[in-house]
Design a protein around this ligand. Structure first.
Ligand SMILES: Nc1ncnc2c1ncn2[C@@H]1O[C@H](COP(=O)(O)OP(=O)(O)OP(=O)(O)O)[C@@H](O)[C@H]1O
Ligand SMILES: [Mg+2]
Length: 321
């Protein structure tokens, strides 16, 4: 498979505080990667950095982000502008971020479709957009195109954000909880549209989600984040059926099952980024943590050539079961 994005040892901080640490990942054409982890673990920061669209106080402390053999971290704003919206697009966690409040929805699509010198007429744009909006289960697309963002509900704006990210058939879509504001029935429909897009155009997608169910149903690969670190990475099939990291296991056990068994919560609190800790970020909440875990960050262990995990105690934590 063709590699489209390679992130190596990426550390991103706000001020002097790193919140994404030493993260590496590889993404291929047509691959969907799911990123999961508790609130505040750094998923949005990581995702936004992949498109160099972080908040002003964020900065890359080390590492590279290689998209089609070019390091995005070295590019000028002008070079990045040519890539954004055309080759890489983003669905924001907060849909309002995608839109300018004083422009109509139709204008946003027209601008996105023409932003790299193409000349699509308004009529041509509206026809293509109306089709996509219908596929995303938005009724009366003509009316939506004439509306301003504030005239639409949160769920509608979210679907507009997804459509804006999809309209130019980019090579890579970065989607930050794209469906969390939607009703469950519409959620599945919208995810299916994204899946079909991947099938048809070999679009690669990085999808941040809280739902292990969404990961299982949609993703090829899954990355588990904890405290700014990727602690386990592997194919969905492998990782969900044979999780190794105690945190991954806890996340999977926290999913309610059909048998009605009570889901287990994860005791303790997520780490506070302000206090620097030398060891494994999960150690303070891990039942098997030893003094080594508290002192030293685990090394990468390769279970297979794709499945890797960062934990000192694989042999005695029932790894893979
Ligand atoms: N602009 C900012 N300045 C300073 N700290 C920030 C900023 N944005 C986020 N953070 C902090 O960085 C950490 C990671 O935040 P991030 O939004 O990346 O997490 P997340 O995994 O996306 O969480 P959620 O699931 O709630 O969306 C958090 O502690 C957050 O408070
Ligand atoms: Mg987030």
């Amino acid at each position: 498979m063709d590699k489209i994005l390679e992130v190596k040892n990426l550390t991103v901080g706000y001020g002097n505080t790193p919140v994404v640490q030493n993260a590496s990942m590889t993404l291929h054409k047509g691959e969907i990667v799911g990123l999961v982890g508790e609130s505040g673990c750094g998923k949005s920061t990581f995702l936004r950095t992949l498109m160099m669209l972080t908040d002003e106080n964020a900065h890359i402390m080390s590492g590279t982000i290689t998209f089609e053999n070019k390091n995005l971290a070295d590019m000028t704003e002008e070079q990045l502008r040519l890539i954004r919206g055309q080759d890489i697009s983003m669905v924001f966690q907060n849909s309002a971020e995608a839109c300018n409040p004083v422009q109509t929805i139709g204008y946003h699509f027209w601008e996105t479709m023409n932003c790299h010198g193409e000349k699509h007429s308004k009529k041509e744009c509206n026809k293509k957009v109306a089709e996509l909006l219908k596929q995303l289960r938005l009724q009366k697309p003509e009316r939506i195109l004439k509306s301003y963002p504030f005239e639409l509900s949160g769920g509608m704006n979210q679907r507009v954000g997804i459509a804006l990210a999809m309209i130019n058939n980019p090579k890579l879509i970065l989607a930050d909880e794209p469906t969390s504001a939607l009703d469950v029935t519409v959620q599945m429909q919208v995810l299916r549209e994204m899946y079909d897009l991947k099938k048809e155009f070999q679009t690669a997608i990085v999808l941040v989600t809280h739902s292990i169910g969404v990961v299982a149903g949609l993703c090829d690969t899954v990355g588990v984040m904890y405290g700014g670190h990727i602690v386990e990475w592997g194919s969905c099939e492998d990782l969900l059926s044979h999780p190794y990291h105690p945190y991954t296991k806890a996340l999977i056990e926290a999913v309610p099952t059909e048998s009605g068994k009570d889901p287990k919560g994860i005791p303790g609190m997520p780490p506070d980024f302000g206090t620097s800790m030398p060891g494994c970020p999960f150690a303070p909440r891990c039942a098997r943590a030893s003094s080594q875990c508290k002192k030293e960050m685990p090394k990468q262990i390769d279970i297979t050539d794709k499945h890797r995990v960062w934990c000192w105690h694989l042999e005695d934590n029932g790894g893979g079961k």
